[in-house]
Design a protein around this ligand. Structure first.
Ligand code: ADE
Length: 322
């Protein structure tokens, strides 16, 4: 997968170089390129915003800068071809020790990105090599598979559709994700409308609150998506058993010691009886979901036994209470 982020604060995206996402870059599973929107602004002050038509507070990001930026990122031309792919923090460390490859904790060896910090990379190499249609024809159909190969443009905004685990799973199979980070009162709507010529476009919100800009939302979305790509998480089961993967919240987890500060691990987890452990885990998920997110229960297939467990928390399970 290749991820491009367009922002006026490239440094905000540095966390992408760390931990799991950094490892995915090391392994060549993912390439990330961060582009400074101001590279497409040509006035002396490198302006990217202006006052809103119709009046009102704040500033709106101008289409005359965003349009060319998104054209170039789709086609990987202009300044978008020049920005070097994001390197991982580990690559930087190794550059100082002179090592050429890294052995991961799980014993696999992955390639290391050049840590020189030099310019000129084009972002090629890892990922699928998809560069999008790069054309301005609306369909993006590759003519052979019937698949729309235009990159997916994601615009984080509090006015977007909710970003959920289902969205993350859907996007985890994409070849190219391009994120457009708005600031101020957002981006002129014509940018999003026009981008639909070169991209498939989705406007999403990560929650019912307002952030200062889209950058933090990109970090959240990228982490949720990338961890679902095969090979990124060591243990596949760990995301199959996530909260939300079966529509329920995950129950509590325990590790050693068996007793800590007078608190014991539930006996069933020490029983060695896998059927009992599975049933106990399901019950804990049901109880937690009923207590914290009863709205989720409406979309879950519930057995008679499941309903009994939930009744213990919220009484009779009806259309009204879940
Ligand atoms: N930008 C500002 N607030 C946001 C939110 N809640 N979700 C996504 N992008 C945002």
């Amino acid at each position: 997968m290749r991820i491009d982020v367009v922002t006026i604060f490239p440094g905000y995206l540095d966390p992408l170089r760390h931990a799991l996402l950094g490892k995915a870059i090391e392994r060549g599973i993912m390439t990330v390129a961060v582009h400074d929107l101001r590279s497409w602004s040509h006035d002396v002050h490198r302006t990217v915003d202006d006052s809103p038509f119709g009046g009102g507070p704040g500033m709106v990001m101008v289409p005359t800068v965003w349009g060319p930026a998104l054209d170039d990122v789709a086609a990987l031309t202009g300044p978008a071809a020049e920005s070097s792919p994001l390197e991982t923090a580990l690559a930087h460390k190794l550059a100082h020790t002179g090592a050429g490859s890294v052995t991961d904790g799980d014993g696999t060896t992955g390639p290391v990105t050049d840590g020189s910090g030099g310019e000129g990379g084009t972002g090629e190499g890892a990922g699928s090599g998809t560069t999008g249609s790069g054309s301005d024809c609306g369909s993006g159909d590759d003519g052979t598979t019937g698949r729309d190969d235009r990159p997916l443009l994601i615009v984080p905004t509090p006015a977007g559709a909710p970003f959920t685990q289902e969205t993350a799973a859907r996007w985890s199979t994409e070849d190219r994700l391009v994120f457009a980070c708005g600031r101020y009162e957002g981006i002129d709507q014509r940018v999003v409308d026009d981008a639909a010529e070169r991209y498939r476009v989705e406007e999403v919100s990560i929650g019912d609150y307002v952030l200062i800009g889209g950058e933090v939302a990109v970090l959240v979305i990228a982490e949720a998506v990338v961890r679902l790509i095969p090979g990124v998480l060591g243990n596949r089961r760990s995301h199959e058993e996530d909260s939300f993967s079966d529509g329920l919240l995950e129950g509590p987890s325990y590790t050693k010691p068996r007793e800590w500060r007078g608190l014991a691990v539930p006996d069933v987890l020490l029983s060695g009886n896998h059927a009992l452990v599975d049933r106990w885990r399901r019950d804990q998920s049901l109880i937690r979901t009923a207590e914290r997110r009863p709205d989720l229960l409406a979309d879950v297939d519930l057995s008679a036994r499941d309903r009994e467990i939930i009744q213990g928390v919220i009484g009779e399970v009806t259309e009204e209470n879940c």
